[in-house]
Write a protein that binds this ligand. Structure first.
Ligand code: ADP
Ligand code: MG
Length: 658
């Protein structure tokens, strides 16, 4: 089968708004690498994706160069103008024939005479076809659609050519087969029709009204400078009404009694889909169904008009009325009579483009992939271009759509990704800070540790000497203070060293429950923590994980100390520790009924030297050390706190750290 691409995407102009997908009845557009690409073999050439694309990212295959460079120069070109032209060339439409002659066409004829030729055939078909439903075949988008997707409707298509082909055949029959026929109209689908194997040869090129305007402006032809002239014969009569809603019925002059019951006129994409499915399901008994993809050809995607539907309609009707009055009916009749031997028949072929329906399981799996597990989850927001989430999932399963078109899911994913990213960034920043502070701390601690040792040593020597020689209790007390303060310095220094030494882990099996339990015992006996009830609950059979025992001890000691210190002025003094387990993690939460942490302080907790405790009590190194150790263990720490209620620290440690 020959695939004639009528519409294609201009690379990089598509911005993924999915409007074209929404508009395409044939599911013939898929997004590939961020571009909505027309799948030529599925496309029915209706051209609606072109009209809805605000970015002008859809290009209609143009015959402009071919017409200008190869057809007109033969001197044997005939232009066929579609009857909707007054809607496109609003002001000077009566000068269009002059313009085309000036552009080099030897004749300018009305396609509408083709309508006059085919409409009696429709009338005959309807009156003689018994109970069979006949579908009109004048609209190429419709018969393309049926040929590709509605197998059992193909035999119902009227085997009658469109007015364009009828007129093409008429011209070639009358003026010679080497005459070049160029159709000019509001329709994009006509570009696929003239290449159709069943009607090939009748028409040589198809231009849209916009393309004609382009040719006129490129060749410097302005309608205003021209005079009005009439079309070349044969002139049309009621066929001029073809582009209006129900135009075919009017032209064919079908009797009223048939009209009422047995004829259905359907126009516009949504109704078209509806009626075709109804006929397919054998729910329609009408004799004749006239279907147009647009609401009359005057709404064709390439009509290129600023007027709205009603103004276009009025314009065309006025034109028809004026012209019909002026047309010589006798001449018209004899023209029709003289064409009686013209072959106006054609065939249609089923070109199966349906894709087998995927299994229900596959659809469900795809839906679940975008967090749609129940019917309730299906928003059917149409942002992806499909009518429902389910239709979108089916299109993916059929290979007609790609993932990542579900906007609500993408937004959700983006939000999580953004959150993860900012968390990672924060962690990275504090890790960097910690690393540099660690280096500094190690250096300083090392330098200070030795002099502190010396101070302690000499203090105790002095104390001994003074107590023996002077027996001066005041001096002894002073020396004790020096020793105490020096020890405090040593404590800070050793903390700093701990902080700096986090680099390496000595991994071994650590029973977290046992470890936390023994820490609780040492904390309980501290006099300053008197009255605090510390409890531990474990949901674990096995609380062993791989970790560095000394470092993890530091973690829990610091956290439990902080919890107890937060209880200082509290009436209820409770610390609860609980152990639980996820897939490959052990989670330890330490909850206290303490003072809580103000919101402003939350992001400072892991900053070295941040403390809210009294001089001499806090160093502000506890949590930075904890943080460093947990990160070394590839774990995670989170703090939740409410002023006046308490704080919960949640630590997650992997079980099998390597
Ligand atoms: P330090 O205990 O020496 O002050 P940390 O790094 O251990 O240093 O803690 C820093 C600060 O975080 C504390 O001074 C305190 O303000 C706050 N903090 C830590 N844990 C708690 C808690 N359980 N309840 C209330 N505040 C806490
Ligand atoms: Mg602390």
């Amino acid at each position: 089968m020959e695939i004639h691409g009528t519409v294609e995407t201009i690379p990089y102009l598509c911005k993924r708004c999915y409007s074209c997908i929404r508009e395409c009845p044939a599911i013939a557009i898929r997004v590939e690498n961020g571009q909505a690409v027309v799948m030529q073999e599925r496309c029915i050439s209706c051209g609606h994706c072109v009209t809805v694309c605000s970015q002008n990212a859809k290009r209609i295959n143009s015959d402009v160069d071919f017409v200008v460079n190869e057809i007109i120069p033969t001197g044997n070109a005939v232009a066929l103008i579609a009857p909707s032209f007054p809607a496109s060339f609003t002001h000077d439409y009566l000068k269009v024939p002059s313009a085309l002659r000036k552009a080099g066409f030897k004749m300018v004829c009305e396609v509408a005479f083709g309508s006059d030729l085919v409409s009696p055939l429709y009338k005959h078909e309807i009156e003689s076809n018994g109970k069979q439903t006949i579908i009109s075949s004048a609209c190429p988008a419709i018969y393309n659609y049926i040929e590709k997707y509605f197998e059992n409707l193909v035999p119902k298509l009227a085997k009658i050519v469109s007015p364009m082909i009828a007129m093409g055949r008429y011209i070639k029959e009358t003026y010679g087969q080497d005459t070049k026929v160029v159709f000019i109209g509001p329709c994009i689908a006509k570009k696929s029709e003239y290449c159709d194997e069943h009607v090939a040869g009748a028409v040589d090129a198809v231009l849209t009204f916009a393309e004609l305007k382009d040719i006129l402006s490129k060749t410097g032809i302005s309608l205003t400078d021209l005079t009005e002239t009439n079309f070349d014969p044969p002139l049309a009569l009621t066929g001029k009404a073809f582009p209006l809603a129900g135009g075919l019925i009017k032209t064919a002059d079908i009797p009223g009694d048939i009209l009422e019951k047995e004829i259905i006129v359907v126009e516009g994409r949504e109704k078209v889909e509806e009626i075709l499915n109804e006929i397919q399901a054998n729910k329609i008994n009408a004799k004749f169904i006239d279907i147009l993809f647009c609401e009359g050809c005057i709404q064709g995607p390439a009509v290129d008009s600023d007027m709205n539907y009603y103004s276009r309609r009025e314009k065309v009707i006025n034109y028809i009325n004026d012209k019909i009055k002026a047309t010589d009916k006798q001449v018209w009749k004899s023209n029709i009579y003289n064409s009686r031997h013209l072959d106006l028949g054609r065939d249609f072929t089923y070109r199966d483009m349906r894709v087998e329906m995927p299994e229900e399981e596959v659809i469900k799996e795809i839906l679940a992939g975008t967090n749609k597990h129940t019917k309730q989850d299906e928003l059917n927001c149409r942002a992806c271009g499909y009518k429902t989430c389910r239709e979108y999932a089916i299109a993916i399963a059929k290979g007609l759509a790609e993932n990542d078109m579900c906007l609500p899911y993408l937004i959700e994913k983006l939000e999580t990704a953004y959150k993860d990213l900012s968390e990672t960034q924060e962690q990275l920043q504090s890790a960097e800070k910690l690393a540099s502070i660690g280096q500094l701390a190690a250096g300083v601690a090392h330098e200070i540790n030795n002099p502190l040792g010396t101070i302690l040593l000499y203090t105790s020597l002095l104390k001994k000497e003074l107590s023996v020689k002077l027996n001066n209790p005041q001096s002894i007390e002073d020396l004790d203070l020096i020793a105490e303060e020096t020890n405090r310095c040593k404590n800070i220094v050793s903390n700093l060293l701990n902080f700096a030494r986090q680099g390496k882990l000595k991994l071994a099996d650590v029973d977290i429950y046992d470890m936390v339990n023994s820490i609780i015992k040492t904390v309980r006996i501290k006099p300053e923590f008197k009255g605090i009830s510390i409890s531990i609950e474990s949901l674990l059979d096995d609380s062993v994980l791989k970790g560095d025992s000394d470092q993890l001890k530091q973690v829990f000691l610091n956290i439990i100390n902080n919890a107890c210190e937060a209880l200082e002025d509290r009436e209820v003094k409770k610390v609860n520790i609980s152990l639980s387990r996820g897939d490959s993690f052990i989670t330890i939460t330490v909850t206290d009924s303490g003072c809580g942490i103000p919101k402003d302080n939350m992001n400072k907790l892991f900053t070295p030297f941040f403390t809210t405790k009294k001089m001499g009590k806090g160093t502000g190194l506890g949590l930075p050390i904890v943080y460093g150790i947990i990160k070394m263990h590839k774990g995670d720490i989170r703090v939740l706190s409410e002023i006046g209620t308490g704080t919960t620290i949640t630590i997650k440690l992997p079980v099998n750290l390597q």
